[in-house]
Ligand binder design. Structure first.
Ligand SMILES: [Zn+2]
Length: 155
Protein backbone atom coordinates (compact mmCIF):
# COMPACT_ATOMS: atom_id res chain seq x y z
CA UNK A 1 0.00 0.00 0.00
CA UNK A 2 1.31 3.42 -0.91
CA UNK A 3 0.80 6.13 1.66
CA UNK A 4 -0.49 9.30 0.11
CA UNK A 5 1.83 12.08 1.02
CA UNK A 6 0.00 15.19 2.19
CA UNK A 7 0.78 18.34 0.22
CA UNK A 8 1.62 20.29 3.33
CA UNK A 9 4.19 18.44 5.38
CA UNK A 10 5.52 20.39 8.40
CA UNK A 11 8.75 20.89 6.46
CA UNK A 12 6.91 22.40 3.51
CA UNK A 13 4.89 24.69 5.78
CA UNK A 14 8.16 25.93 7.29
CA UNK A 15 9.57 26.50 3.83
CA UNK A 16 6.41 28.30 2.83
CA UNK A 17 6.72 30.70 5.75
CA UNK A 18 10.40 31.33 5.07
CA UNK A 19 9.83 32.00 1.38
CA UNK A 20 6.83 34.17 2.15
CA UNK A 21 8.78 36.29 4.59
CA UNK A 22 11.59 36.55 2.06
CA UNK A 23 9.09 38.22 -0.22
CA UNK A 24 8.88 35.56 -2.91
CA UNK A 25 5.85 35.53 -5.17
CA UNK A 26 3.33 32.72 -4.80
CA UNK A 27 4.53 31.27 -8.09
CA UNK A 28 8.16 31.25 -6.98
CA UNK A 29 7.26 29.71 -3.64
CA UNK A 30 5.28 27.01 -5.45
CA UNK A 31 8.23 26.19 -7.72
CA UNK A 32 10.67 26.07 -4.80
CA UNK A 33 8.50 23.82 -2.67
CA UNK A 34 7.27 21.71 -5.53
CA UNK A 35 3.53 22.29 -5.14
CA UNK A 36 0.97 24.11 -7.25
CA UNK A 37 0.58 27.86 -7.07
CA UNK A 38 -3.03 27.43 -5.98
CA UNK A 39 -1.90 25.24 -3.11
CA UNK A 40 0.47 28.00 -1.98
CA UNK A 41 -2.24 30.67 -2.16
CA UNK A 42 -4.72 28.46 -0.32
CA UNK A 43 -2.25 27.58 2.41
CA UNK A 44 -1.15 31.19 2.87
CA UNK A 45 -4.73 32.32 3.36
CA UNK A 46 -5.36 29.48 5.82
CA UNK A 47 -2.28 30.59 7.76
CA UNK A 48 -3.51 34.19 7.60
CA UNK A 49 -0.34 35.17 5.85
CA UNK A 50 -1.43 38.01 3.64
CA UNK A 51 0.79 40.52 2.05
CA UNK A 52 -0.20 44.15 1.57
CA UNK A 53 -0.68 44.52 -2.12
CA UNK A 54 1.11 47.28 -3.93
CA UNK A 55 -2.30 48.87 -4.53
CA UNK A 56 -2.90 49.26 -0.81
CA UNK A 57 0.54 50.69 -0.33
CA UNK A 58 -0.09 53.16 -3.14
CA UNK A 59 -3.40 54.22 -1.59
CA UNK A 60 -1.75 54.79 1.75
CA UNK A 61 1.01 56.85 0.19
CA UNK A 62 -1.55 58.91 -1.72
CA UNK A 63 -3.44 59.62 1.50
CA UNK A 64 -0.42 60.97 3.32
CA UNK A 65 0.52 63.00 0.27
CA UNK A 66 -2.85 64.74 0.28
CA UNK A 67 -2.46 65.41 3.99
CA UNK A 68 0.78 67.17 3.25
CA UNK A 69 -0.95 69.14 0.52
CA UNK A 70 -3.63 70.24 2.95
CA UNK A 71 -1.03 71.41 5.43
CA UNK A 72 0.72 73.36 2.70
CA UNK A 73 -2.54 75.01 1.68
CA UNK A 74 -3.27 76.10 5.26
CA UNK A 75 0.20 77.55 5.48
CA UNK A 76 -0.25 79.38 2.19
CA UNK A 77 -3.58 80.80 3.33
CA UNK A 78 -2.03 82.00 6.55
CA UNK A 79 0.74 83.74 4.66
CA UNK A 80 -1.80 85.27 2.30
CA UNK A 81 -3.76 86.64 5.27
CA UNK A 82 -0.63 88.07 6.82
CA UNK A 83 0.04 89.94 3.58
CA UNK A 84 -3.52 91.28 3.48
CA UNK A 85 -3.29 92.62 7.00
CA UNK A 86 0.07 94.17 6.47
CA UNK A 87 -0.74 95.83 3.15
CA UNK A 88 -4.25 97.18 3.53
CA UNK A 89 -5.24 99.92 5.95
CA UNK A 90 -7.71 98.79 8.60
CA UNK A 91 -10.59 100.90 7.34
CA UNK A 92 -10.07 100.51 3.61
CA UNK A 93 -13.49 100.71 1.95
CA UNK A 94 -14.73 97.45 0.48
CA UNK A 95 -16.23 98.02 -2.93
CA UNK A 96 -18.55 95.23 -3.98
CA UNK A 97 -18.87 96.25 -7.59
CA UNK A 98 -19.77 92.74 -8.68
CA UNK A 99 -22.55 91.98 -6.18
CA UNK A 100 -24.51 88.88 -7.08
CA UNK A 101 -27.48 86.81 -5.99
CA UNK A 102 -27.30 83.52 -4.13
CA UNK A 103 -27.78 81.66 -7.42
CA UNK A 104 -24.88 83.47 -9.03
CA UNK A 105 -22.46 82.60 -6.23
CA UNK A 106 -19.56 80.39 -7.17
CA UNK A 107 -16.08 79.46 -5.99
CA UNK A 108 -14.83 82.55 -7.80
CA UNK A 109 -17.10 85.01 -6.00
CA UNK A 110 -16.91 86.44 -2.49
CA UNK A 111 -19.90 85.17 -0.51
CA UNK A 112 -20.04 87.99 1.99
CA UNK A 113 -23.72 88.95 2.45
CA UNK A 114 -24.57 92.57 1.71
CA UNK A 115 -27.60 93.92 3.57
CA UNK A 116 -29.80 91.59 5.63
CA UNK A 117 -30.78 88.10 4.48
CA UNK A 118 -34.42 88.25 3.39
CA UNK A 119 -34.26 91.94 2.53
CA UNK A 120 -35.23 92.98 -0.99
CA UNK A 121 -31.79 94.24 -1.88
CA UNK A 122 -30.03 91.26 -0.31
CA UNK A 123 -27.07 90.09 -2.32
CA UNK A 124 -23.50 88.85 -1.99
CA UNK A 125 -20.29 90.76 -2.48
CA UNK A 126 -19.21 88.82 -5.57
CA UNK A 127 -15.65 90.16 -5.63
CA UNK A 128 -12.81 87.82 -6.53
CA UNK A 129 -12.03 85.93 -3.30
CA UNK A 130 -8.59 85.29 -1.87
CA UNK A 131 -7.09 82.02 -3.07
CA UNK A 132 -8.98 79.09 -1.49
CA UNK A 133 -11.11 81.36 0.68
CA UNK A 134 -14.83 82.21 0.57
CA UNK A 135 -14.30 85.98 0.90
CA UNK A 136 -12.46 88.75 -0.90
CA UNK A 137 -9.56 90.33 1.02
CA UNK A 138 -11.68 93.18 2.41
CA UNK A 139 -14.43 90.93 3.67
CA UNK A 140 -12.02 88.39 5.01
CA UNK A 141 -10.45 91.16 7.05
CA UNK A 142 -13.91 92.20 8.22
CA UNK A 143 -14.79 88.64 9.20
CA UNK A 144 -11.54 88.33 11.09
CA UNK A 145 -12.07 91.62 12.91
CA UNK A 146 -15.64 90.68 13.86
CA UNK A 147 -14.34 87.40 15.22
CA UNK A 148 -11.59 89.00 17.29
CA UNK A 149 -13.99 91.62 18.58
CA UNK A 150 -16.38 88.87 19.72
CA UNK A 151 -13.57 87.06 21.44
CA UNK A 152 -12.50 90.28 23.17
CA UNK A 153 -16.06 90.97 24.33
CA UNK A 154 -16.41 87.49 25.75
CA UNK A 155 -13.10 87.70 27.59
ZN1 LIG B 1 -16.26 90.55 -0.53
Amino acid sequence: MIAIEPTWTPERVDQLKIYFEAGLSCRDIAVNIGVSRNAVIGKLSRLNLTRTTSDERRARRKKSASHAAQRATAKQQFRLLQEVYEQEPEDAPIVSANSCSLFELSEQRCRWPISTPGAEDFCFCGNTPLGGMPYCSGHYRLAYQAGSRQRAARG
